[in-house]
Design a protein around this ligand. Structure first.
Ligand code: ADP
Length: 464
């Protein structure tokens, strides 16, 4: 059962439930009808017998024979009303002495019941030649008579009950057919119910076989479980497609970026090894190769950092971070570099805390400050500020350097993008994408104010 298909299980359960309901209904209907019919028949039987008890008297002399029948009994007569023994509702009654001699009336089972002793107010059943009979015995105590008498009433199973019995028999005979039909209908129903799931399965199959992540499951407009499943599935496909696309893009960007230094290294080595060269040329070539090697080194390290963070943000657990301390420490250390005579000032509010990852936040700040140094003017200024304002905690890094044009402000957050104006300065184009991603992970917004020649201010707003 554990490994059977859902269609099989549904069919089985539908069938079982339907058969159970039908069986219970039939049993209840037959049972109730039979009880009602038998009850009615028995009521007639007992009623007729009781009535006849009242129609019998013991008298000392014969009277009006028009209305009564007189039978000699003991030392007098039994006076029996002429109404007695009219067969009403198939009930026949007979009057007996204590030792079983029939005195009056009729009993269709006289022979079969002759050795059945009388029991007071006793209702019993008997089956003769396939017909069921209800019987009822009643003692008649006559005033003035010394001997007791008995009345035995008999009624055969009525036509209705017999019909009911044959219908039940027919139903039982038809039951296998009914079960077969139920199973068939249940199978069709299960098939119909599972059709949309089959469609989902087909789509998934198509995606796997064709490696086509752009395909989506239809039926999303359905407002039921299937619709919801399709929507969840499609959302998963969206994410997968996005993730694959990013990965593909990254691989192609990365190899593109690595191609230039590799090409330079190869050309230099080919050139220098072509023939014997003066020692100066060797030195020069090696310096070029070293420079390109360094570039590749930085590029690979940055790429590794970036992918690590992009793919597994869970490596960087969140905790309350003392941003004041982090800013003062990171900026303080970087101020020591004093590159190009640029000075760095820190203005941080005391005791500012945000939930986040200290490693990532420190990386974010390092990237911004390092950019401010690299794209700053010689002898310029960098201002790092941390302010706790009402809706947000604002961390900003401002420089008075080369600035960024409006068109390029949108692009500099793309991976490997570098503005034309900064080509002469070493960089990988991965610093700002990382800043953007870290801000996103912290639910923070990133703002940039910049003008070519007038410096840039990068602002990170941590929502409170
Ligand atoms: P990298 O600095 O390694 O080139 P980034 O992603 O950090 O990579 O920056 C992308 C580009 O954005 C830089 O190449 C530069 O053109 C521009 N940029 C970043 N920061 C500044 C800044 N403070 N001033 C001017 N331009 C900047």
């Amino acid at each position: 059962m554990k490994h059977k298909s859902i269609r099989f299980k549904l069919t089985l359960w539908f069938s079982l439930v339907q058969i159970f309901v039908v069986a219970v209904t039939l049993i209840a209907i037959f049972g109730a009808s039979q009880t009602v019919l038998r009850g009615t028949v028995r009521d007639y039987l007992i009623g007729t017998v009781e009535e006849n008890v009242d129609n019998i008297r013991f008298v000392s002399a014969e009277g009006d024979s028009q209305t009564n029948v007189y039978i000699p009994f003991s030392d007098g007569y039994l006076q029996i009303d002429r109404d007695y023994m009219d067969v009403i509702h198939d009930v026949e009654t007979a009057l007996y002495t204590k030792d079983g001699t029939m005195l009056y009336g009729s009993n269709p089972l006289a022979i079969q019941t002759s050795d059945q002793a009388f029991t007071e107010s006793y209702l019993w059943r008997m089956k003769v030649d396939g017909v069921r009979y209800d019987l009822y015995d009643r003692k008649v105590n006559l005033e003035g008579a010394t001997e007791e008498l008995w009345i035995r009433g008999v009624v055969p199973e009525t036509e209705n009950t017999a019909q009911l019995r044959s219908i039940a028999g027919l139903t039982a005979a038809l039951l296998p057919l009914l079960i077969l039909l139920t199973v068939l209908l249940s199978y069709l129903l299960a098939d119909r119910l599972l059709a949309p799931i089959k469609k989902i399965e087909e789509t998934a199959e198509h995606i796997t076989e064709e490696n086509d992540l752009s395909k989506r499951i239809e039926m999303v407009e359905r407002d039921d479980e299937i619709g919801r499943l399709a929507r969840v599935f499609n959302r998963m496909l969206d994410r997968l497609e996005h993730s694959f696309e990013t990965e593909r893009q990254f691989t192609s960007d990365a190899s593109h970026e690595l191609r230039t230094p590799t090409a330079v290294i190869l050309t230099q080595s080919d050139y220098i090894l072509e023939k014997d060269r003066p020692p100066d040329e060797y030195k020069e070539a090696l310096q070029v190769i070293q420079k390109q090697g360094n570039r590749m080194n930085v590029l690979i390290a940055d790429m590794l950092d970036y992918t690590r963070m992009e793919q597994s943000a869970e490596r960087y657990p969140f905790e309350p971070v003392d941003l004041t301390e982090l800013v003062r420490e990171t900026a303080g250390q970087m101020a020591l570099l004093e590159t190009n005579g640029i000075t760095l000032e820190v203005d941080a509010d005391d005791g500012v805390t945000v939930p986040g990852n200290p490693l990532l936040l420190s990386r974010l700040l390092q990237n911004l400050i390092s950019n401010a140094y690299r794209y700053g003017n010689p002898d310029g200024h960098i201002a790092v500020t941390l302010k706790e304002t009402d809706p947000a905690v604002v961390l900003s890094v401002a420089d008075d350097g080369i600035g960024i044009s409006k068109e390029e402000q949108e692009k500099i957050f793309d991976r490997f993008y570098r503005a034309d104006s900064s080509r002469s300065i070493q960089g990988t184009g991965l610093g700002l994408p990382m800043v953007k991603r870290i801000a996103e992970l912290h639910g923070a917004t990133l703002e940039l104010d910049s003008e070519p020649g007038n410096g840039s201010t990068f602002r990170i707003l941590f929502e409170k």
